[in-house]
Design a protein around this ligand. Sequence first.
Ligand SMILES: C[S@@+](CC[C@H](N)C(=O)[O-])C[C@H]1O[C@@H](n2cnc3c(N)ncnc32)[C@H](O)[C@@H]1O
Length: 471
Amino acid sequence: MITISIITVFPQLHESFISLSLLGKAQEKGLLKINLIRFSDFVAPKERIDQQLCGPGAGMILKPEVVEKALNYCITTYGNGFKIFFSPQGIVITQPVVKLLAEKLFSTESTLSCPTGSTLRQAESELGIGLQSSLEAKQDLHIMLVCPRYEGMDARVEQKYADAVISIGDYVLMGGDLPAQVLLEALLRYVPGVVGNTESVEADSFTGPLLDHPAYTLPATWHEQEIPAIVRSGNHEAIAQWRQEQACKKTILQRFDWFRAAQPSKELCNEASKTIPPHYVILMHDQVKLPDGTTGTSSVTSIDIHDTARSCATYGIENFFLVTPLVDQLSIVETFLSFWHSERGKKYNPSRFKAVSRVRTEISLARALASIEAETGKKPIIITTSAKTMSHATTIDYHSQETIWVQKRPVVFIFGTAQGLADEVVNQSDYLLLPITGMTDYNHLSVRSAMAIILDRWLGLQPKLPKNLIQ
Ligand SMILES: C[S@@+](CC[C@H](N)C(=O)[O-])C[C@H]1O[C@@H](n2cnc3c(N)ncnc32)[C@H](O)[C@@H]1O
């Protein structure tokens, strides 16, 4: 039996929440017992439960002794347990965080795999998390949810009592009651018997790298929209594959941030790359700003070719175009490339061959763009890059992949050598990417470094491990 004590200013807020639907049924089945505890029951009649913030500033804070008395009452009555506080400053709950918390609270042996692909116990040691001794007797679990209101909790109470401090998102509510309900809705889905179909819990959005697939019910035609024929085909294998493709498409075009953070497998990455439009990189040795303020050409360097080719291969760039109108420079580059494009180059260093075989040369930007259009059959979206912002350009940030990718056109990043791209190049682009900046005044990255950073921010996987939940 799991006992849950919700300690609150307003128990009425929780009455229908706990008595209806799956929580009501779980209590009827004897799986759960939910108690509502009122802070005001721990002060004398007419005494306030809150008082003024100490120091300058407005706001009322719950008295620490009131919270302590309420907690002690719960402990004495229902046994010690796991104390969860709510604060916008706490660990933001996501499905992996909920799952890890559920593992800690509800299972003695880890059976679910955590997002790292390891078991919970491995994850615990990886993350340096230890199980609370009070939780080892799982059969009599007591969870206390402390829901402040007003300006919140005296910082010392949280420090002394909280086993975990949870936020439900980066916004501020008037109290911890809705956060407590949100957490319960998420957490109790992992208690066997609370949700009818536990299979669906493991297949839902955010349990892995993908969002759930689109779901339908009858009628087959609704407002002139049909259920896709395959869904009604009866072919389970084909339906499963279709669902996986749809889920993958939807995730890439709506929540690439989630996908890239959730450690997708190689197979999923291959599937995802069918939705991500082809990307190209152009490195300009023409139409660049020179130190004297004019626009002109710059010299090609072989290290740029090697390093950019390797970055482009890492992030799946179709082709890297090196643009120079200077015939003698072009001929040096082509001699160099002919080695790397040859069988001898392949034998000499196969991985370098793989990278450098994506490199192409062109004598102008217009010709490079025309080849991309000819190969893909679509006008590319042009994204220029600069170390400075420019007020006349449409600026995008590093989180705008979905906006670009839904347009279903090839994407070209243009980089400048020398002092950067001439204004005429930026002016003909669709977007200018925000400059890369550190927290210092120094702003002179090499084009190779800038390119690697930009490709990683735009296309790289960014694995995120759940944070240590326990205080
Ligand atoms: C008005 S808020 C206090 C905000 C606090 N002064 C701050 O800026 O961090 C009052 C209470 O509502 C709850 N609360 C508000 N937003 C929340 C969120 N995003 N997640 C969890 N709890 C939240 C917390 O319990 C908080 O103590």
